[in-house]
Design a protein around this ligand. Structure first.
Ligand SMILES: *[C@@H]1O[C@H](CO)[C@@H](O)[C@H](O)[C@H]1NC(C)=O
Ligand SMILES: *[C@@H]1O[C@H](CO)[C@@H](O)[C@H](O)[C@H]1NC(C)=O
Ligand SMILES: *[C@@H]1O[C@H](CO)[C@@H](O)[C@H](O)[C@H]1NC(C)=O
Ligand SMILES: *[C@@H]1O[C@H](CO)[C@@H](O)[C@H](O)[C@H]1NC(C)=O
Ligand SMILES: *[C@@H]1O[C@H](CO)[C@@H](O)[C@H](O)[C@H]1NC(C)=O
Ligand SMILES: *[C@@H]1O[C@H](CO)[C@@H](O)[C@H](O)[C@H]1NC(C)=O
Ligand SMILES: *[C@@H]1O[C@H](CO)[C@@H](O)[C@H](O)[C@H]1NC(C)=O
Ligand SMILES: *[C@@H]1O[C@H](CO)[C@@H](O)[C@H](O)[C@H]1NC(C)=O
Ligand SMILES: *[C@@H]1O[C@H](CO)[C@@H](O)[C@H](O)[C@H]1NC(C)=O
Ligand SMILES: *[C@@H]1O[C@H](CO)[C@@H](O)[C@H](O)[C@H]1NC(C)=O
Ligand SMILES: *[C@@H]1O[C@H](CO)[C@@H](O)[C@H](O)[C@H]1NC(C)=O
Length: 598
């Protein structure tokens, strides 16, 4: 039992927390301690070793022509920040820019660290509106650097006025955990190419107003609500202008501590039968439910299984980090059908709950609102709202610590309503269909665990415009897949060999049919990782991780393919192709050589 997976992943690691275990959020990561090995370099040559560059594979941001106006919003060293307020900076829009209208705004997070440190979750807010949620990379003795670039154009309405920028990154620095995070945040404003005033019915036009659905006053842990259990609730009161004609709630979620690996949690019946009191349970299904005025379920989120840079085996994520770990996905819920309910000029509330939750989930949201410039009042009505209760089934078959578990869940939510503005009387329906299935096998008295999980998550927005031939239709299909096999072998003397293989997939198809035309994109992003590590006294004393990733993004006129592989910190191959033309994909084609960057 001593060396069971549960103890390895879940509780042994509690001990390494430098403060008290219950205070820290990153409890379950191992830290690799190759310090002694790396310190065999004389210090002078050690300084000469260039830092390792960590990265998340993602498509580059499509930038307009022209030089951006760039400026540095924050430069800060995050040393011992635990228990201290977030770091604040004055944000001002660019004033000495030759143009004042922007088509793209890009946030650039650049960081460096050296030494030994956990992965830390962090958030960046502008006026209480979260614009980036991310996780730090775990440093090495020889140092690391990484950069995250994010298209923040959708937050434009905020970014054009003076604001307060806040960053919460709770770090602990002491004799053991030496890594300080040296951070630069830059914002780049790209000029407008052409300007067209159109109805923002789902087109890419940023909202006119964004309301923070986050804590009014941040704790040292930022503006997010901290959901501790399935009855706990994050609740925010808000009021909207009475001339809104479209509303989208963007939700950010991340899971930590006892729920960091929620998808591996066994059911409580198994834990109870085996007297496992310290192992996180509540099964392997989680759902974030969003409610309006404490009653209407406006949407549901079945989140992607982001694995942070210290998760499962930290060596898997060096230097290719896990999908979504440097830029956690946010999830959009179209709440336009509910505008009729909230256009009354009164205070309403949005609430967040997490089904089966264990501590702790960080959740907050941004309410994007599009306003009717030609009238001070719009009106609307919710016509239909069907949110059937969640259907969850768990089939358990176990004998002692060995067992198999099948979990499935299903949910669909539909809302339909009309809003009359100067654009006319527009009926909008928003539909979410979600399915979940997981099979978990536990063998070797708990030492070996296999998890195969698939989340399928579709949503659609249909808008009927009165006088337009084209209705607006937007559909998104997502499949999140996770296969995780882990095994531990007792090596005696408090030492274990841990082996883990993982496949993590994020697939997304989007289509949009609007008056402006039809557009479509697809993304297939999959990572395979194989890791081994020898763990002693909660320290990774040796090991190796290898990761292969294939990223394929296609849309009309913009494609991006990347195949990259790394093992033991070294890139084995890295092929990038940016052209959509399939013919050029033929490796033997004479023109292909210049398209690959090895
Ligand atoms: C925004 O901040 C700048 C710099 O502090 C200041 O000069 C300017 O007057 C402010 N603008 C507004 C509208 O408050
Ligand atoms: C759930 O969490 C809240 C907030 O921490 C706490 O007040 C409440 O007692 C908890 N409920 C249960 C059943 O543990
Ligand atoms: C669990 O604890 C109870 C009461 O202490 C004991 O009777 C039972 O045998 C234990 N079961 C296992 C599997 O250890
Ligand atoms: C808007 O259209 C719906 C049907 O699509 C109708 O029921 C409603 O009365 C209309 N509202 C106004 C103000 O015309
Ligand atoms: C999502 O849409 C696809 C294509 O229409 C369908 O095959 C799949 O079953 C849908 N998934 C859910 C959860 O409804
Ligand atoms: C659990 O499975 C292992 C092999 O994986 C076996 O050696 C052990 O006896 C099994 N335990 C029980 C209680 O069946
Ligand atoms: C996306 O579309 C492709 C091609 O139609 C299909 O094979 C794939 O399963 C779809 N992915 C999702 C997430 O629905
Ligand atoms: C991981 O993959 C390797 C190579 O494919 C295999 O030998 C090993 O048994 C796998 N380990 C686990 C725990 O699945
Ligand atoms: C076990 O660890 C102790 C103390 O670290 C050491 O003295 C002993 O030699 C180790 N035994 C084995 C078999 O490695
Ligand atoms: C990993 O790389 C280090 C340094 O280059 C080397 O010493 C070590 O032997 C490698 N490990 C494996 C398993 O290849
Ligand atoms: C790739 O190019 C070679 C040489 O031009 C040709 O023989 C082959 O059929 C092509 N393969 C594909 C899949 O197009």
């Amino acid at each position: 039992m001593d060396n069971s997976i549960f103890l390895l992943i879940f509780s042994l690691l509690l001990l390494q927390s430098p403060i008290s275990a219950s205070n820290l959020h990153k409890l379950k990561q191992l830290r690799s301690d190759f310090h002694s090995q790396e310190q065999t370099f004389p210090s002078s040559s050690s300084n000469a070793i260039p830092p390792t560059k960590f990265f998340e594979v993602t498509k580059p941001i499509k930038l307009p022509k022209g030089k951006p106006c760039s400026y540095n919003v924050l430069t800060h060293d995050f040393a011992f920040t635990y228990g201290k307020p977030p770091v604040f900076a004055n944000y001002t829009p660019p004033s000495n820019c030759p143009y004042q209208s922007f088509s793209k705004i890009v946030l650039e997070w650049k960081a460096a660290s050296k030494g030994r440190q956990f992965d830390r979750i962090f958030g960046v807010w502008v006026g209480g509106v979260e614009i980036l949620r991310s996780c730090t990379a775990e440093p090495r003795a020889t140092g690391i650097v990484w950069t995250v670039k994010k298209d923040i154009t959708r937050y434009q309405s905020l970014l054009l006025s003076n604001q307060t920028l806040a960053v919460s990154l709770r770090n602990v620095v002491d004799g053991t955990y030496t890594g300080i995070y040296h951070v630069h945040i830059n914002v780049h404003f790209y000029p407008h190419e052409s300007k067209v005033e159109t109805l923002a019915s789902g087109s890419e036009i940023p909202a006119d107003l964004i309301l923070p659905i986050s804590k009014n006053i941040p704790s040292d842990n930022g503006f997010w609500f901290e959901i501790q259990n399935s009855t706990d609730k994050g609740l925010k009161e808000f009021k909207i202008p009475q001339n809104a004609y479209k509303a989208v709630l963007e939700v950010y979620v991340s899971f930590h501590e006892n729920d960091e690996f929620w998808y591996t949690n066994p059911p409580d019946s198994y834990l109870n039968a085996n007297n496992l009191t310290d192992t996180p349970g509540h099964g392997a299904f989680r759902e974030v439910v969003v409610t309006l005025d404490k009653k209407n379920v406006v949407g549901s989120i079945w989140p992607f299984t982001v694995i942070y840079t210290g998760g499962v085996n930290p060596l898997l994520w060096r230097p290719i980090t896990g999908i979504g770990s440097f830029d956690l996905p946010s999830y959009d819920i179209d709440v336009t059908p509910f505008l009729g309910t909230i256009l009354d000029g009164k205070v309403h509330s949005l609430g967040f709950k997490v089904t089966n939750a264990l501590n702790v989930w960080y959740i907050d949201a941004n309410l994007h609102l599009w306003l009717d410039r030609k009238s001070s009042r719009t009106e609307g009505k919710l016509v239909n709202h069907i949110a059937k209760p969640l259907v969850e089934s768990v089939v358990s078959d176990f004998n002692g610590l060995n067992g198999t578990f099948s979990i499935s869940a299903k949910r669909s939510i539909l809302s339909n309503g009309w809003v009359r503005s100067s654009f006319g009387n527009i009926s909008t329906s928003f539909v979410q269909d979600l399915t979940y299935s997981s099979s978990m096998v536990i063998e070797k008295n708990g030492d070996k665990q296999t998890v195969n999980q698939i989340i399928s998550f579709n949503d659609s927005v249909h808008s009927k415009l009165p006088s337009h031939v084209h209705n607006f239709i937007s559909e998104t299909q997502r499949t999140f897949s996770l296969n995780l096999d882990s095994d531990t072998l007792d090596k005696g003397n408090g030492t274990y060999l841990a082996v883990a293989n993982i496949t993590l997939g994020f697939d997304e198809n989007k289509s949009k049919n609007a008056a402006s035309g039809f557009s479509k994109s697809s993304l297939k992003n999959v990572q395979d990782g194989q890791g081994t590590m020898v763990v002693k006294n909660n320290l990774v004393i040796s090991g190796v991780g290898a990761t292969q990733q294939e990223y394929k993004y296609k849309s009309k006129g913009f494609c991006y393919f990347r195949k990259v592989s790394a093992s033991n910190y070294t890139i084995l191959y890295d092929k990038v192709r940016k052209l959509c033309n399939k013919r050029l994909n033929n490796g033997s084609h004479s023109g292909s050589a210049s398209l690959f960057f090895l």
